[in-house]
Every structure is written in C-alpha cells, then in structure tokens.
Write a protein that binds this ligand. Structure first.
Ligand code: ZN
Length: 137
C-alpha cells in the first residue's frame, strides 16, 4: 500500500457509520456515549476521544427533518383511523396532537445526532481539518 493510500484510509470518515453513531447519541469519531450534554444540547467536547463538538452547525436541519418524518408517520395513520373507525373530531385532535408531540420528542435527538454525525463525516464547519479551517475565513 502506498503512503498516499494509507493516508487516505486513515482520514476516511464513513457517512453511514457517523450518522448511525450520532443517531444513537454516540460520538461519531470514537463511538463513546458522549454526544449530548442534555436532551438536545450537544456536548462541547467528546468525553472519550476529545473531539471538539462545539463547532457543529445543525441549526434548523433537525427540526425540518423531524417535521418531515413525523408528518409522514402521523398523516397516514390519521387517514387510516378515519377510514376504519370514523372517531369524533375531538378524539382525532386529541390523539394525533399528543402522538405528534411524542413522536417528535423521541425523533428529534435521533435526527440531530445523525445530522451532527454527517457534518463530522463531511468535515463541515468546525469538523474540518485544522489546516483547512483557515480557508473558511
Ligand atoms: Zn469521541
């Protein structure tokens, strides 16, 4: 194996693996359970490998994807329930509002972790190589 090939293998970051680790709340780099400091607060630094996580810029992507996912779960279920049982409107409103909130609260940290993992794998924002970060300014 040439030196260039070995260097490329050492720098390779798997997008799928990083997103999966992030979705499980684990550091995308070292797989220790230290991505989140609180419910949705990303830790400043990984407790395992010391990866600096405060440079992530997930911003509005996790809520956007969460709304997309929850909408595609709740709307078909609501339509199936309406076609099958025709419950009163108040039952529909109560059940599906609570269900939408619960599914959103469950999926939001999963989606946020996956987004941060993808950003790390793509070397975006604060996850770029130290010499490449000077190019951003
Ligand atoms: Zn780590």
């Amino acid at each position: 194996m040439s030196q260039k090939t070995m260097l490329m293998a050492a720098n390779f970051r798997s997008k799928k693996q990083a997103m999966w680790r992030g979705a499980l709340g684990k550091c995308p780099a070292c797989n220790t359970r230290s991505l989140f400091a609180k419910y949705l607060k990303i830790a400043d630094k990984c407790g395992g490998g010391g990866l600096v996580l405060e440079g992530h810029q997930a911003d509005d992507a996790p809520p956007y994807f969460t709304i997309f996912i929850v909408g595609h779960i709740i709307v078909p279920v609501a339509l199936i329930v309406e076609r099958s049982y025709q419950p009163p409107l108040l039952v529909h409103a109560t059940v599906f509002c609570v269900l939408a909130i619960v599914v959103s609260l469950i999926s939001l940290p999963i989606v946020k972790g996956a987004v941060v993992g993808l950003q790390w794998a793509l070397r975006m924002h604060g996850f770029a190589e130290p010499d490449a970060q000077t190019d951003d300014m």
